[in-house]
Design a protein around this ligand. Structure first.
Ligand code: NGO
Length: 545
């Protein structure tokens, strides 16, 4: 692994914070150490993804986690104790240590202390992480911030910490001072469980994997032409019949409401909000096949197991369409603590535009009546969406990562004050093949190499779109060609961490050459975790130490 200068203060090499900037953002502890740290010699910089906003290493110093280490939280701090218990569970299989979670003062010796404090000054998701010879301190204003601090600590520990069986130590963490907070509040991963169904355990596994990179939204694509994947009490055939197959004719499947709740709760433990999508008015063949009355001609089409898009449409002029949507969204809203429901809206090629606008006009208030905000694919910007940043348009257009291009749908959204979640297909779609030899995936948006997935900036891909118009980014995985979670992993890793970094870290000073070395260090972690990642030749895996 290449050696780097110890006084490099930022996660993005090339972004060297001045001493003044460090002082401006640092805690008293960090300020106190600024002088000596800068005077010290070279050391390897920890390889953290997403890159922290500010990180300084203290050469020659480290903390070693042992059987005697305690995890310390303030008394009566249930939120901090929850994250502490998560950390204890994380390190237990590989270290073999049962680290106790105890209450005590911050900075207790030989301890990892997790502290909730509004003094951290790093927003609702930021954290401060200080590792000295005497222990580890993580401070944040919220449990989410502590959780992200724990994810960073995890990446500072040796990769073998991820192993699920006992490994020999030592469990040494280099001494660092990190002050970190995200650039965007929406850092999403989307899983298409409709084209092929993924079980609760597979979906939980994906949650585990993406949470390592501080992803905070799991967008579940729950319905499409090929399958309806959530039980709706008022309309049982949606799941039992509409969910009975998938692309290629396999048996499909669906989540019961209890299983969906279980996924939502599991995600919440990882500080991930589930955003359920019911795709409308097109991508609805599974629903149309389940209930003949939903069709304009009253005739149910057969179930569909191919991969065409844009051929189905709900019947815009029938009242039953809106009773159906009201029931579905009502049940889903009750099961979903997050504030968004995704209404799809993409590729409505068989719904005339005037009907499409009429349809979105009637659907939107239904979502609002159930207490949720609307997110839809960027086509919804053609309709009269509610102006203002509570409404989100998810842009999936092909972008030119090297220069801003104009995009009518992005412009239409921004003019209404609607914020964008950016998922440009030729950069962020993880179902695109890496190259012509990829065993899975599509390539309608081109091949998406690891470099291409990393090299784009949400605020410079479209003209007229600035930082304030962007809620965040998302990495969708569509599953036309993906049947099992290990195939999903192959497409997500190593590309997903790059999208996560675009969502979390500042743009300034970002460099592919630096990033690819940092990414290589994740390889041994994935190996230890059993993640089936693609050993892309773009990444210098053999340099990972
Ligand atoms: C498109 C389409 C999906 C496909 C996907 C495949 C959107 C928003 N609609 O993205 O139905 O599955 O491409 O890459």
């Amino acid at each position: 692994m290449p050696q780097r200068r110890a006084d490099r203060t930022a996660g993005h090499p090339g972004t060297r914070l001045t001493a003044a900037a460090v002082v401006a953002t640092a805690s008293p502890l960090v300020v106190a150490l600024t002088g000596p740290v800068q005077a010290e010699a070279a050391t390897a910089v920890p390889q953290v993804i997403p890159a922290p906003a500010s990180m300084r290493t203290v050469p020659g110093k480290s903390f070693t986690l042992t059987r005697a280490t305690k995890i310390v939280v303030a008394s009566r701090s249930r939120d901090a104790a929850g994250v502490a218990t998560f950390l204890a569970g994380l390190v237990r299989p590989s270290t073999g240590y049962r680290l106790p979670v105890v209450s005590g003062p911050a900075g207790s010796p030989h301890a990892i202390s997790l502290r909730l404090t509004s003094a951290a000054g790093l927003g609702t998701e930021g954290y401060r992480l200080d590792v000295t010879g005497g222990g580890v301190q993580i401070q944040a204003a919220t449990a989410a911030g502590l959780f992200y601090g724990v994810q960073t600590l995890r990446q500072l520990l040796p990769a073998k910490v991820e192993a699920r069986s006992v490994r020999p130590g030592p469990w040494t963490v280099p001494s660092v001072h990190i002050a970190d907070q995200p650039r965007f509040t929406w850092r999403g991963a989307m899983l298409d469980v409709s084209r092929h169904f993924f079980t609760v355990d597979e979906t939980k596994r994906y949650i585990d994997e993406v949470s390592l990179y501080k992803i905070n939204v799991l967008h579940l694509h729950l319905s499409d032409d090929q399958g309806w994947r959530i039980a709706i009490n008022g309309w049982p055939r949606l799941a039992t019949y509409g969910g009975s197959t998938e692309v290629g004719g396999g048996q499909g499947g669906y989540y019961t409401q209890a299983q969906y709740k279980d996924i939502v709760a599991y995600a919440k433990k990882h500080f991930i909000t589930v955003v359920p999508e019911i795709d409308t008015p097109s991508h609805t063949n599974a629903a149309l096949a389940s209930y003949a009355d939903l069709n304009c001609d009253g005739k149910a089409p057969p179930l569909y197991t191919g991969t065409n898009v844009g051929f189905s449409s709900l019947c815009v002029d029938k009242d039953i369409t809106y009773r159906f949507l009201n029931d579905v969204i009502g049940e889903l809203a009750k099961l979903t603590p997050g504030s968004y429901v995704h209404i799809g809206g993409d590729e409505a090629h068989s719904t005339p535009l005037a009907d499409y606008v009429k349809f979105i006009d009637r659907l939107q208030p239904i979502v609002h009546a159930h207490g949720k905000n609307v997110i839809g694919w960027n086509e919804i910007a053609q309709a009269d969406v509610k102006p203002g940043p509570a409404t989100l348009a998810q842009n999936w257009s092909i972008a030119d990562g090297t220069k801003p291009v104009s995009n009518a749908l992005a412009t239409a959204a921004v003019q209404k004050g609607v914020q964008l979640v950016l998922a440009p297909a030729n950069h962020a779609y993880l179902d695109m093949q890496y190259d012509k030899d990829s065993p899975y995936g599509l390539h309608w948006a081109g091949y998406v190499s690891v470099q291409k997935s990393y090299q784009w900036d949400p605020t410079t891909i479209f003209t007229g779109v600035t930082e304030k118009d962007v809620r965040g980014v998302e990495a969708p995985i569509w599953s036309e060609t993906l049947t099992k979670i290990h195939e999903v992993e192959y497409m997500a890793f190593p590309r997903l961490p790059g999208i996560a970094e675009i969502g979390w870290s500042r743009q300034q000073g970002r460099s592919w050459d630096e990033y690819r070395t940092r990414l290589a260090a994740q390889g041994p972690r994935w190996t230890a975790l059993g993640v089936n990642f693609y050993h892309s030749p773009e990444i210098p895996w053999d340099q990972a130490g």
